[in-house]
Design a binder for this molecule. Sequence first.
Ligand SMILES: Cc1ncc(COP(=O)(O)O)c(C=O)c1O
Length: 362
Amino acid sequence: MTISLARGIPAPECLPVEELADCAREAIRRDGHTILSYGSTLGYEPLREWIAERHGVEPGRVLVTNGSLQAFHFVLALIGEGRVIVERPTYDRPRAIMHAEGREFSAVGIDAEGLDLDELEQVCSDGSPPALLYTIPTFQNPSGVTLSEERRRRLASLAQERSLPVLEDDPYGLVRFEGDPLPSLFELEGGNVVMYGSSFSKTVAPGLRVGYAIVSPELASELVPLAASTYITPALAAQATLYEFLRRGLFEANVERVCGLLRERRDAMLETLETELGGRATWSHPEGGYFLWLELREDVDAAELLERSSEAGVTFVPGADFGGAANTARLAFSYVSPDEIVEGMRRLGQLVAATPAAVELG
Ligand SMILES: Cc1ncc(COP(=O)(O)O)c(C=O)c1O
Protein backbone atom coordinates (compact mmCIF):
# COMPACT_ATOMS: atom_id res chain seq x y z
CA MET A 1 0.00 0.00 0.00
CA THR A 2 1.30 3.44 -0.87
CA ILE A 3 2.25 5.58 2.12
CA SER A 4 1.32 9.19 1.48
CA LEU A 5 3.64 11.82 2.88
CA ALA A 6 2.08 14.02 0.20
CA ARG A 7 -1.43 14.56 1.54
CA GLY A 8 -1.72 17.63 3.75
CA ILE A 9 -4.92 16.45 5.40
CA PRO A 10 -5.69 15.31 8.95
CA ALA A 11 -5.40 11.66 9.96
CA PRO A 12 -8.93 10.19 10.15
CA GLU A 13 -8.72 9.88 13.95
CA CYS A 14 -8.24 13.67 14.23
CA LEU A 15 -11.86 14.20 13.14
CA PRO A 16 -14.34 14.44 16.06
CA VAL A 17 -17.03 12.53 14.15
CA GLU A 18 -19.42 11.57 16.96
CA GLU A 19 -19.35 14.99 18.57
CA LEU A 20 -20.00 16.73 15.26
CA ALA A 21 -22.88 14.35 14.50
CA ASP A 22 -24.52 15.43 17.77
CA CYS A 23 -23.74 19.08 17.14
CA ALA A 24 -25.21 18.98 13.62
CA ARG A 25 -28.44 17.49 14.93
CA GLU A 26 -28.71 19.99 17.76
CA ALA A 27 -27.83 22.97 15.52
CA ILE A 28 -30.58 22.09 13.05
CA ARG A 29 -33.08 21.32 15.81
CA ARG A 30 -32.39 24.60 17.58
CA ASP A 31 -31.88 27.02 14.69
CA GLY A 32 -33.06 25.09 11.62
CA HIS A 33 -35.34 27.84 10.33
CA THR A 34 -32.39 30.20 10.09
CA ILE A 35 -29.58 27.94 8.97
CA LEU A 36 -31.54 25.92 6.43
CA SER A 37 -32.61 29.06 4.61
CA TYR A 38 -30.72 31.87 2.87
CA GLY A 39 -29.24 34.19 5.43
CA SER A 40 -26.36 36.41 6.40
CA THR A 41 -23.91 36.75 3.51
CA LEU A 42 -20.99 37.30 5.87
CA GLY A 43 -21.70 34.15 7.87
CA TYR A 44 -23.66 32.70 10.81
CA GLU A 45 -24.02 35.58 13.29
CA PRO A 46 -23.25 33.71 16.54
CA LEU A 47 -20.09 32.31 14.98
CA ARG A 48 -19.03 35.74 13.70
CA GLU A 49 -19.45 37.03 17.23
CA TRP A 50 -17.42 34.16 18.71
CA ILE A 51 -14.58 34.81 16.24
CA ALA A 52 -14.76 38.56 16.79
CA GLU A 53 -14.49 38.15 20.54
CA ARG A 54 -11.55 35.76 20.23
CA HIS A 55 -9.66 38.28 18.12
CA GLY A 56 -10.85 41.40 19.96
CA VAL A 57 -12.56 43.01 16.95
CA GLU A 58 -16.05 44.13 16.00
CA PRO A 59 -18.18 41.32 14.49
CA GLY A 60 -18.71 43.57 11.46
CA ARG A 61 -15.09 42.94 10.45
CA VAL A 62 -15.48 39.15 10.34
CA LEU A 63 -16.31 37.32 7.13
CA VAL A 64 -16.96 33.58 7.52
CA THR A 65 -16.29 31.77 4.26
CA ASN A 66 -16.52 28.24 2.87
CA GLY A 67 -12.92 27.43 3.87
CA SER A 68 -10.18 30.01 4.16
CA LEU A 69 -8.94 29.60 0.60
CA GLN A 70 -12.11 31.36 -0.47
CA ALA A 71 -11.08 34.37 1.61
CA PHE A 72 -7.89 34.49 -0.47
CA HIS A 73 -10.00 34.67 -3.66
CA PHE A 74 -12.06 37.52 -2.22
CA VAL A 75 -9.02 39.49 -1.07
CA LEU A 76 -7.47 39.13 -4.54
CA ALA A 77 -10.66 40.43 -6.11
CA LEU A 78 -10.70 43.43 -3.78
CA ILE A 79 -7.12 44.54 -4.31
CA GLY A 80 -7.59 44.85 -8.06
CA GLU A 81 -4.81 44.10 -10.50
CA GLY A 82 -1.61 44.84 -8.58
CA ARG A 83 1.43 42.69 -7.92
CA VAL A 84 1.33 40.21 -5.04
CA ILE A 85 4.37 39.23 -2.99
CA VAL A 86 4.49 35.66 -1.70
CA GLU A 87 7.02 33.53 0.15
CA ARG A 88 9.41 31.19 -1.65
CA PRO A 89 8.29 28.46 -1.21
CA THR A 90 4.61 29.00 -0.51
CA TYR A 91 1.28 27.13 -0.47
CA ASP A 92 0.71 25.84 -3.99
CA ARG A 93 -2.98 26.74 -4.33
CA PRO A 94 -2.56 30.54 -4.11
CA ARG A 95 0.29 30.22 -6.61
CA ALA A 96 -1.96 28.25 -8.96
CA ILE A 97 -4.83 30.74 -8.52
CA MET A 98 -2.56 33.66 -9.40
CA HIS A 99 -1.05 31.81 -12.36
CA ALA A 100 -4.53 31.06 -13.67
CA GLU A 101 -5.59 34.70 -13.52
CA GLY A 102 -2.32 35.86 -15.07
CA ARG A 103 -1.47 37.95 -12.04
CA GLU A 104 2.04 39.26 -11.53
CA PHE A 105 3.64 37.95 -8.36
CA SER A 106 7.11 38.07 -6.81
CA ALA A 107 8.55 35.56 -4.36
CA VAL A 108 10.73 36.39 -1.37
CA GLY A 109 12.92 33.72 0.23
CA ILE A 110 12.52 32.26 3.71
CA ASP A 111 15.07 30.82 6.11
CA ALA A 112 14.80 29.07 9.48
CA GLU A 113 13.30 32.26 10.99
CA GLY A 114 10.77 32.82 8.22
CA LEU A 115 10.48 35.53 5.59
CA ASP A 116 13.73 37.32 4.66
CA LEU A 117 12.77 40.91 5.41
CA ASP A 118 15.80 42.50 3.74
CA GLU A 119 14.86 40.74 0.53
CA LEU A 120 11.25 41.78 1.06
CA GLU A 121 12.23 45.46 1.27
CA GLN A 122 14.27 45.05 -1.90
CA VAL A 123 11.45 43.34 -3.78
CA CYS A 124 8.94 45.97 -2.60
CA SER A 125 11.14 48.72 -4.03
CA ASP A 126 11.84 46.96 -7.35
CA GLY A 127 9.15 47.17 -10.00
CA SER A 128 5.53 48.13 -9.59
CA PRO A 129 4.29 48.89 -6.04
CA PRO A 130 2.96 45.67 -4.50
CA ALA A 131 -0.77 45.48 -3.82
CA LEU A 132 -0.50 42.67 -1.26
CA LEU A 133 1.88 40.51 0.74
CA TYR A 134 0.50 37.01 1.24
CA THR A 135 2.28 35.33 4.15
CA ILE A 136 1.87 32.23 6.32
CA PRO A 137 3.95 33.17 9.38
CA THR A 138 3.25 30.14 11.57
CA PHE A 139 4.11 26.51 10.67
CA GLN A 140 4.14 27.52 7.06
CA ASN A 141 2.80 25.34 4.29
CA PRO A 142 4.99 23.88 2.83
CA SER A 143 8.12 24.43 4.94
CA GLY A 144 6.86 24.16 8.54
CA VAL A 145 8.91 27.30 9.29
CA THR A 146 7.68 29.98 11.73
CA LEU A 147 8.46 33.70 11.52
CA SER A 148 10.43 34.73 14.62
CA GLU A 149 9.00 37.30 17.02
CA GLU A 150 11.65 39.85 16.13
CA ARG A 151 10.84 39.54 12.45
CA ARG A 152 7.09 39.71 13.18
CA ARG A 153 7.61 43.05 14.90
CA ARG A 154 9.77 44.35 12.07
CA LEU A 155 7.33 43.14 9.42
CA ALA A 156 4.39 44.75 11.24
CA SER A 157 6.16 48.14 11.27
CA LEU A 158 7.36 47.75 7.74
CA ALA A 159 3.83 47.03 6.50
CA GLN A 160 2.53 50.06 8.37
CA GLU A 161 5.28 52.40 7.14
CA ARG A 162 4.76 51.35 3.54
CA SER A 163 0.97 51.00 3.83
CA LEU A 164 1.47 47.54 2.41
CA PRO A 165 -1.69 45.43 2.65
CA VAL A 166 -0.86 42.02 4.13
CA LEU A 167 -2.92 38.85 4.29
CA GLU A 168 -1.72 36.77 7.23
CA ASP A 169 -2.90 33.23 6.53
CA ASP A 170 -2.90 31.34 9.82
CA PRO A 171 -4.67 28.00 9.66
CA TYR A 172 -1.97 26.19 11.70
CA GLY A 173 -1.32 28.66 14.53
CA LEU A 174 -3.21 26.66 17.17
CA VAL A 175 -1.72 23.36 16.03
CA ARG A 176 1.32 23.88 18.25
CA PHE A 177 3.01 20.89 19.91
CA GLU A 178 5.48 22.78 22.09
CA GLY A 179 6.95 26.24 22.70
CA ASP A 180 5.12 29.49 23.42
CA PRO A 181 2.65 30.91 20.92
CA LEU A 182 3.86 34.03 19.14
CA PRO A 183 1.81 37.18 18.62
CA SER A 184 0.18 37.33 15.22
CA LEU A 185 1.15 40.02 12.72
CA PHE A 186 -2.48 41.13 12.90
CA GLU A 187 -2.21 41.77 16.65
CA LEU A 188 1.18 43.43 16.38
CA GLU A 189 0.13 45.73 13.60
CA GLY A 190 -3.31 46.49 15.04
CA GLY A 191 -5.25 45.15 12.07
CA ASN A 192 -4.97 48.33 10.00
CA VAL A 193 -3.10 47.10 6.95
CA VAL A 194 -2.84 43.46 8.05
CA MET A 195 -5.82 41.22 7.29
CA TYR A 196 -6.06 37.93 9.10
CA GLY A 197 -7.32 34.62 7.70
CA SER A 198 -7.76 31.30 9.43
CA SER A 199 -10.06 28.32 9.49
CA PHE A 200 -11.35 25.43 11.56
CA SER A 201 -10.00 22.92 9.01
CA LYS A 202 -6.97 21.93 11.08
CA THR A 203 -8.51 22.38 14.54
CA VAL A 204 -11.90 20.71 13.99
CA ALA A 205 -12.59 19.30 10.49
CA PRO A 206 -11.84 20.49 6.94
CA GLY A 207 -15.05 18.95 5.62
CA LEU A 208 -17.07 21.54 7.52
CA ARG A 209 -15.51 24.11 5.18
CA VAL A 210 -15.52 26.92 7.71
CA GLY A 211 -12.82 29.52 7.25
CA TYR A 212 -12.78 33.22 8.01
CA ALA A 213 -11.09 36.52 7.38
CA ILE A 214 -10.88 39.65 9.48
CA VAL A 215 -10.64 42.79 7.39
CA SER A 216 -11.29 46.50 7.84
CA PRO A 217 -14.95 47.53 8.22
CA GLU A 218 -14.77 49.23 4.77
CA LEU A 219 -13.48 46.07 3.09
CA ALA A 220 -16.10 44.00 4.92
CA SER A 221 -18.86 46.04 3.32
CA GLU A 222 -17.20 45.74 -0.10
CA LEU A 223 -17.16 41.97 0.47
CA VAL A 224 -20.93 41.69 0.86
CA PRO A 225 -21.82 41.95 -2.86
CA LEU A 226 -18.80 39.81 -3.79
CA ALA A 227 -19.78 37.01 -1.41
CA ALA A 228 -23.45 37.31 -2.38
CA SER A 229 -22.66 36.97 -6.07
CA THR A 230 -20.43 33.94 -5.35
CA TYR A 231 -22.72 31.84 -3.15
CA ILE A 232 -25.62 34.05 -1.95
CA THR A 233 -25.16 32.64 1.56
CA PRO A 234 -22.26 30.54 2.84
CA ALA A 235 -22.89 27.04 4.27
CA LEU A 236 -24.77 28.14 7.40
CA ALA A 237 -25.63 24.60 8.55
CA ALA A 238 -21.92 23.74 8.75
CA GLN A 239 -21.14 27.03 10.49
CA ALA A 240 -23.91 26.44 13.03
CA THR A 241 -22.69 22.87 13.63
CA LEU A 242 -19.25 24.24 14.34
CA TYR A 243 -20.72 26.95 16.55
CA GLU A 244 -22.54 24.28 18.58
CA PHE A 245 -19.18 22.48 18.99
CA LEU A 246 -17.65 25.72 20.30
CA ARG A 247 -20.67 26.52 22.47
CA ARG A 248 -20.38 23.13 24.17
CA GLY A 249 -16.79 23.93 25.11
CA LEU A 250 -15.36 21.10 23.00
CA PHE A 251 -12.90 23.21 21.00
CA GLU A 252 -9.91 23.58 23.34
CA ALA A 253 -9.93 19.88 24.31
CA ASN A 254 -10.16 18.89 20.66
CA VAL A 255 -7.22 21.09 19.68
CA GLU A 256 -5.19 19.48 22.46
CA ARG A 257 -6.18 15.99 21.30
CA VAL A 258 -5.34 16.80 17.66
CA CYS A 259 -1.98 18.29 18.70
CA GLY A 260 -1.19 15.07 20.60
CA LEU A 261 -1.96 12.91 17.56
CA LEU A 262 0.09 15.13 15.25
CA ARG A 263 2.98 15.49 17.69
CA GLU A 264 3.47 11.69 17.68
CA ARG A 265 3.61 11.78 13.91
CA ARG A 266 6.02 14.72 13.78
CA ASP A 267 8.27 12.95 16.31
CA ALA A 268 8.20 9.71 14.31
CA MET A 269 9.21 11.63 11.20
CA LEU A 270 12.02 13.59 12.86
CA GLU A 271 13.48 10.50 14.51
CA THR A 272 13.38 8.44 11.35
CA LEU A 273 14.81 11.27 9.27
CA GLU A 274 17.83 11.21 11.55
CA THR A 275 18.38 7.47 11.14
CA GLU A 276 17.47 7.21 7.45
CA LEU A 277 18.65 10.48 5.94
CA GLY A 278 21.17 11.82 8.44
CA GLY A 279 24.18 13.20 6.53
CA ARG A 280 22.30 13.01 3.20
CA ALA A 281 19.82 15.84 3.65
CA THR A 282 18.76 18.64 5.99
CA TRP A 283 15.25 19.41 7.18
CA SER A 284 13.18 21.92 9.15
CA HIS A 285 12.13 21.18 12.76
CA PRO A 286 8.57 22.51 13.05
CA GLU A 287 7.03 22.95 16.49
CA GLY A 288 3.58 22.39 15.02
CA GLY A 289 1.52 22.21 11.85
CA TYR A 290 1.41 19.47 9.23
CA PHE A 291 4.67 19.65 7.29
CA LEU A 292 8.41 19.68 7.23
CA TRP A 293 10.77 20.70 4.47
CA LEU A 294 13.47 18.43 3.19
CA GLU A 295 16.53 19.73 1.39
CA LEU A 296 18.39 17.03 -0.50
CA ARG A 297 21.86 17.07 -2.03
CA GLU A 298 22.02 19.79 -4.66
CA ASP A 299 22.15 17.41 -7.60
CA VAL A 300 19.13 15.35 -6.48
CA ASP A 301 15.97 16.13 -8.43
CA ALA A 302 12.99 15.61 -6.11
CA ALA A 303 10.60 15.13 -9.05
CA GLU A 304 12.75 12.27 -10.34
CA LEU A 305 13.01 10.85 -6.82
CA LEU A 306 9.21 10.95 -6.57
CA GLU A 307 8.90 8.78 -9.69
CA ARG A 308 11.09 6.14 -8.07
CA SER A 309 9.53 6.50 -4.63
CA SER A 310 6.00 6.15 -6.01
CA GLU A 311 7.04 2.77 -7.41
CA ALA A 312 8.44 1.90 -3.99
CA GLY A 313 5.15 2.92 -2.36
CA VAL A 314 5.85 6.28 -0.78
CA THR A 315 4.85 9.72 -2.05
CA PHE A 316 5.64 13.34 -1.17
CA VAL A 317 5.36 16.67 -2.98
CA PRO A 318 8.43 18.04 -4.78
CA GLY A 319 9.41 21.49 -3.53
CA ALA A 320 9.25 22.91 -7.06
CA ASP A 321 5.42 22.68 -6.85
CA PHE A 322 5.62 25.40 -4.19
CA GLY A 323 8.16 27.52 -6.04
CA GLY A 324 11.05 25.86 -4.16
CA ALA A 325 14.33 24.48 -5.52
CA ALA A 326 14.47 21.20 -7.48
CA ASN A 327 16.29 19.42 -4.63
CA THR A 328 13.62 20.14 -2.02
CA ALA A 329 10.46 18.34 -0.92
CA ARG A 330 7.47 18.78 1.36
CA LEU A 331 6.87 15.89 3.72
CA ALA A 332 3.45 15.82 5.41
CA PHE A 333 3.29 14.03 8.74
CA SER A 334 -0.40 14.83 9.27
CA TYR A 335 -2.15 11.99 7.51
CA VAL A 336 -0.61 8.55 7.93
CA SER A 337 0.09 6.70 11.20
CA PRO A 338 3.42 6.95 13.05
CA ASP A 339 4.27 3.36 11.95
CA GLU A 340 3.55 4.22 8.34
CA ILE A 341 5.70 7.32 8.64
CA VAL A 342 8.60 5.19 9.89
CA GLU A 343 8.15 2.72 7.02
CA GLY A 344 7.71 5.51 4.45
CA MET A 345 10.86 7.27 5.62
CA ARG A 346 12.77 3.97 5.52
CA ARG A 347 11.77 3.48 1.87
CA LEU A 348 12.65 7.07 1.04
CA GLY A 349 15.98 6.82 2.85
CA GLN A 350 16.96 3.76 0.81
CA LEU A 351 16.12 5.49 -2.45
CA VAL A 352 18.06 8.62 -1.55
CA ALA A 353 21.05 6.48 -0.52
CA ALA A 354 20.83 4.68 -3.87
CA THR A 355 20.73 7.91 -5.87
CA PRO A 356 23.74 7.89 -8.22
CA ALA A 357 26.82 9.95 -7.34
CA ALA A 358 25.78 10.11 -3.68
CA VAL A 359 28.24 12.27 -1.79
CA GLU A 360 27.81 12.37 1.96
CA LEU A 361 27.13 15.91 3.23
CA GLY A 362 28.95 15.20 6.47
C1 LIG B 1 -1.64 27.84 4.34
C2 LIG B 1 -3.01 27.34 4.02
N1 LIG B 1 -3.98 28.23 3.83
C3 LIG B 1 -5.23 27.84 3.54
C4 LIG B 1 -5.55 26.49 3.44
C5 LIG B 1 -6.94 26.14 3.06
O1 LIG B 1 -7.66 25.74 4.14
P1 LIG B 1 -9.24 25.73 4.16
O2 LIG B 1 -9.61 24.32 4.38
O3 LIG B 1 -9.59 26.60 5.32
O4 LIG B 1 -9.74 26.28 2.85
C6 LIG B 1 -4.57 25.53 3.64
C7 LIG B 1 -4.90 24.10 3.50
O5 LIG B 1 -4.11 23.23 3.47
C8 LIG B 1 -3.25 25.96 3.94
O6 LIG B 1 -2.24 25.11 4.12
